[in-house]
Design a protein around this ligand. Structure first.
Ligand code: CO
Length: 137
């Protein structure tokens, strides 16, 4: 597999509007996409910075992965996302290396991408997301 970009850094927030206004006021940056991703139980906003994004995640309910993360850890860094060209190849290579996969099969992410998560126990506490971008973007 080849990682060709840090696609985004995912940040968990309680209030997406408040967080977006902080990013705008402090850093002068704005979201390019904002969408509800039911499959992940989040409303997300993607703020472009250079060739990567900051992804702000607000849970749709307390009983969702990001909702539970916020309850136990509070706001802040949630995951690191790498862009890959072939997500199936990446998952099978990781499995061969003994990585603990949260998703053995890719699922739908924002922007029409296919994504899969790798458990934080595999990489020193960092949850990693693999992203295979849609060719429409
Ligand atoms: Co993400």
């Amino acid at each position: 597999m080849r990682l060709y970009n840090v696609d985004h850094v995912g940040i968990a927030v309680f209030d997406l509007d408040a967080a977006l206004s902080d990013y705008e006021r402090l850093y002068g940056v704005f979201p390019l996409y904002r969408e509800t991703v039911e499959a992940q139980g989040v409303e997300e906003a993607m703020i472009p910075v250079g060739g990567s994004f900051v992804q702000l995640l607000q849970p749709l309910s307390a009983d969702s992965p990001v909702g539970r993360f916020l309850a136990s850890r509070g706001e802040g860094l949630h995951h690191l996302a790498f862009a890959v060209d072939d997500i199936e190849v990446a998952l099978s290579e990781l499995a061969e290396q003994g990585a603990r996969l949260v998703d053995t099969v890719p699922r739908s992410g924002g922007r029409g991408a296919r994504i899969a998560f790798v458990h934080p126990s595999t990489l020193g506490g960092t949850l990693v997301e693999l992203v295979e971008l849609s060719h429409d973007h």
